[in-house]
Design a protein around this ligand. Structure first.
Ligand SMILES: Nc1ncnc2c1ncn2[C@@H]1O[C@H](COP(=O)(O)OP(=O)(O)OP(=O)(O)O)[C@@H](O)[C@H]1O
Ligand SMILES: [Mg+2]
Length: 280
């Protein structure tokens, strides 16, 4: 098993009072007793309404924040006690690409430095080896190498998102957590990114936790889909089976996909039509 999540909980203290003299804090469960697993090479989707706890869960999974309770095991090892070299190994194997690229790419660094950084942290490569690795991957994600001498501010949203993906993929992770990585892209860029993820999964067994509001894309990309509602995983939808939406939240989310003919759908997803992928 690649990832096991057991009864995971995250509470935040939210100050409800505006008065300095009568402080009152309310503890809110952003993640509430979540249990699931991801096998090696599996493509798992995570969907749910805004604010249900998807991004919080993804931050817990890569040890960016400590959980309030529960456990996360990566390749059978609890991640909570990991320190030093073991933590560095885990960080290399389990990568998160953020919802918001603006906060994940340092604006004062050139793209060349942003892409060299992860390689310098984990490998001792010559400059030529580094350049080769970077240009091969840039080509794979559809980026021109002339971007290397530019700063993030001069890149389009789609290019920045691909640079973030490159930074993660250079480390050859075993699990990639993608938090809404296609939402800011145009239809064609979305489609080619999804094709790339599927290709990497086939070629190198990369496992994915793919968080997205584009349910049709999630259905076409993923083997199974976890549905989250108010901090809990309320249902798991298997792609191979005709979906039965038992939980009202799943029914609400998937209602736009229930009509068989694409023309009759309420919210068609052009990206998934273009990628033309059938569920495995
Ligand atoms: N650092 C924090 N402090 C307090 N509350 C937080 C913090 N981070 C998240 N929350 C709260 O936790 C809940 C879940 O937020 P989260 O960002 O995980 O939702 P989400 O499912 O990713 O939503 P979206 O689809 O809009 O990205 C929200 O109510 C949010 O306000
Ligand atoms: Mg989010």
């Amino acid at each position: 098993m690649l990832l096991e999540v057991k009864n995971l909980t995250k509470m935040y203290r939210n100050d409800m009072s505006l008065s300095l003299f009568r402080p009152s804090a309310r503890r809110e469960k952003a993640v509430d007793g979540v249990t699931f697993h991801i096998r090696k090479g599996e493509l798992v989707g995570l969907v749910g309404e805004s604010g249900c706890g998807k991004s919080t869960l993804s931050r817990l999974l890569v040890k960016l924040e400590p959980p309030t309770g529960g456990d996360i095991l990566f390749e059978g090892q609890r991640i909570h006690p990991l320190r030093g070299a073991a933590l560095k190994d885990f960080r290399k194997s389990c990568q998160l690409i953020f919802q918001d690229t603006a906060s994940s790419l340092n604006p004062s660094l050139k793209i060349r430095t942003l892409l060299s950084e992860p390689l310098d942290n984990y490998y001792s490569l010559t400059r030529a080896e580094k350049n080769r690795k970077i240009s091969v991957l840039m080509d794979k994600v559809g980026l021109r190498t002339e971007l290397l001498n530019r700063y993030p501010r001069s890149l389009s949203g789609g290019e920045k998102q691909r640079i973030s993906i490159c930074r993660s993929l250079l480390l050859e992770p075993k699990l990639l957590i993608c938090d809404e990585i296609v939402s800011s892209l145009d239809v064609t860029s979305q489609a080619s990114l999804l094709r790339l993820l599927k290709q990497l999964n086939r070629e190198s067994g990369l496992a994915l936790l793919f968080i997205s509001h584009d349910l049709e894309a999630v259905r076409k990309l993923c083997d199974r889909i976890l549905v989250m509602d108010k901090g809990k995983i309320v249902e798991e939808v298997k792609n191979a089976e005709e979906p039965v939406y038992r939980h009202p939240c799943t029914a609400r989310l998937f209602s736009s996909l229930l009509v068989n003919h694409p023309k009759e759908r309420m919210t068609p997803s052009p990206a998934s039509d273009i990628i033309g992928m059938e569920p495995d």
